[in-house]
Design a protein around this ligand. Structure first.
Ligand SMILES: [Zn+2]
Length: 77
């Protein structure tokens, strides 16, 4: 199946996936990249994560659909 649970949000600057964040971080709090110290608001980071997830998930979804189509077409030979 599609693995959507394990996608980590990457730092928009360096691609690192760990961020310093305050306890009970809110959407308008800043989180800081552990590697390059780039600061980004959590809501912006989430949006970047959604875009990143789309790029990963769509090619995987296409593969799954192609597999399904191939299997479906086998029945017609
Ligand atoms: Zn970074």
């Amino acid at each position: 199946m599609l693995k959507t649970d394990h996608i980590e949000i990457q730092c928009p600057e360096c691609g690192h996936t760990e961020f310093e964040q305050p306890d009970n971080v809110q959407d308008d709090d800043f989180v800081k990249c552990n590697q390059c110290k780039f600061e980004v608001m959590l809501c912006d980071l989430k949006e970047a994560g959604i875009e990143q997830a789309k790029k990963v998930v769509i090619p995987e979804a296409k593969k799954e659909i192609e597999k399904m189509l191939k299997n479906a077409l086998k029945g017609f030979k």
